[in-house]
Design a protein around this ligand. Structure first.
Ligand SMILES: NC(=O)c1ccc[n+]([C@@H]2O[C@H](COP(=O)([O-])OP(=O)(O)OC[C@H]3O[C@@H](n4cnc5c(N)ncnc54)[C@H](OP(=O)(O)O)[C@@H]3O)[C@@H](O)[C@H]2O)c1
Length: 376
């Protein structure tokens, strides 16, 4: 792993130096220049993925050594264990995500770690506890993270690390979108594109656990047959590639699945039009991703004759502070499902030293790959 020193390290050093002061009133006699730091407790040095400017993530990110930082009274220093590379992490680095940290910044927004040390005022967390940032928080792609105790949620020590690292952003989105838009009952159905995404895989399983059927659209690509099989094993009722839906009446392919009242759009472009074609009169399509970077085109008849509703969902907006407790309860619920084997999704754990390769895979440069999860 290339270790690069840059202005971010210098800034961190400046911040660190700024937290120390000379002891007031002491004569600066002899050779002893006595220095007192505000906090005697410091984090270990951290290895981090840093970007100094926005741009193409493979061009602007650097893996570098960060100096120790103070662990203040109510801070908790966490030794990170794992953190995924999500599409929104890429967008934050690119500078196209609506809310993003100021540069220089450390990448990553969710993850899991073990408490390493705590400030003097921390009572509810102890070294060794397994914690996740909740709500998620920037700066997770590094070996040690120091944040206020309120930022950390203690989870079951036996939680599988890769699920704990990824449980918030995507599974919680799937859960909320299934519950917040259309009231569903057993026997109802949903339709979605981007079904191989983690959100898509979670939608299939959570829907199945409620006897809700799922119609799934995936893109045409090498390995689409295997992807279709994988989704069916998770509980997908129907899986179609986009090209299989080039028929006059897509609903003729529904078999004994009811016409969906709710659709999820992860992709845009043609894949969004296909979701709308499956929806029944008065149905709603919720857009939560734009993986194809293509706009959504809606026919006039979809509005006049089908009265479709087009909605949107953004987890970051949903997780306003008054949802903090609720949000943690949902995360515990989802983690329990994962621990019981009732919620699964494809992931590839990658050593942190292979960050650049993982980034290339996450950005689709090397074809389709499971979710890349950095292991520190
Ligand atoms: N709005 C929110 O609050 C919210 C929350 C969570 C996630 N999201 C969004 O949800 C989407 C999925 O996230 P994720 O982490 O679940 O995904 P993921 O597991 O990283 O998987 C990426 C998905 O995108 C598909 N894909 C990649 N490039 C594509 C392209 N050019 N055209 C069509 N499909 C493409 C992949 O299909 P293949 O399998 O065929 O490669 C795969 O299904 C992202 O856009 C993410 O930003 C939004």
């Amino acid at each position: 792993m290339a270790l690069v020193r840059s202005s971010a390290a210098a800034a961190a050093l400046r911040a660190l130096n700024g937290s120390c002061s000379l002891i007031g009133g002491l004569p600066r006699s002899s050779n002893a220049l006595r220095i007192r730091c505000f906090s005697s407790l410091m984090s270990p040095p951290s290895t981090a993925v840093v970007y100094d400017q926005h741009g193409a993530p493979d061009a602007v990110t650097r893996v570098m050594e960060m100096p120790p930082v103070p662990v203040k009274e109510s801070d908790v220093c966490v030794k990170m264990l794992a953190s995924p590379i999500n599409p929104s992490d890429v967008n934050r680095i690119e500078g196209v995500y609506p809310v993003r940290p100021e540069v220089p910044a450390v990448g990553g927004y969710e993850g899991v770690g073990e408490v390493y040390s705590t400030g003097a005022a921390v009572k509810d967390l102890s070294p060794g506890d397994l914690v996740i940032p909740s709500p998620p928080s920037s700066g997770m792609w590094q070996t040690y993270v120091v944040k206020d105790q309120s930022m950390w949620h203690k989870i079951d020590k036996d939680s599988p690390i890769e699920y704990a690292a990824t449980i918030t952003v995507n599974p919680l989105t799937a859960l909320r979108m299934l519950e917040d838009f259309v009231s569903m009952k057993a026997g109802d159905s949903v339709v979605q594109n981007g079904a191989t995404s983690i959100v898509g895989q979670c939608i299939i399983q959570i829907a199945k656990s409620r006897d809700i059927r799922s119609v799934n659209i995936i893109r045409d690509r090498a390995g689409s047959d295997e992807a279709s099989e994988m989704l069916k094993k998770l509980g997908a009722d129907e899986v179609f590639t986009e090209s299989q839906l080039e028929v006059k009446n897509v609903k003729s392919l529904l078999g004994n699945v009811s016409e969906p009242a709710l659709g999820f759009n992860c992709v845009g472009g043609n894949a969004a039009s296909l979701v709308m074609k499956f929806l029944r009169q008065g149905g709603a399509m919720v857009t939560y991703g734009g993986m194809s970077k293509k706009p959504i085109t809606v026919s006039t008849s979809s509005f006049i004759f089908k009265d479709l509703s087009l909605r949107g969902f953004w987890l970051q907006k949903w997780m306003v502070s008054d949802k903090a407790i609720e949000c943690r309860q949902m995360i515990d619920y989802l983690l329990d499902l994962a621990q019981e084997g009732k919620l699964k999704y494809e992931m590839e754990l990658v050593p942190f030293s292979n960050f650049k390769l993982a980034l290339d895979k996450a950005m689709g440069k090397l074809g389709s790959h499971p979710k890349q999860v950095l292991k520190f």
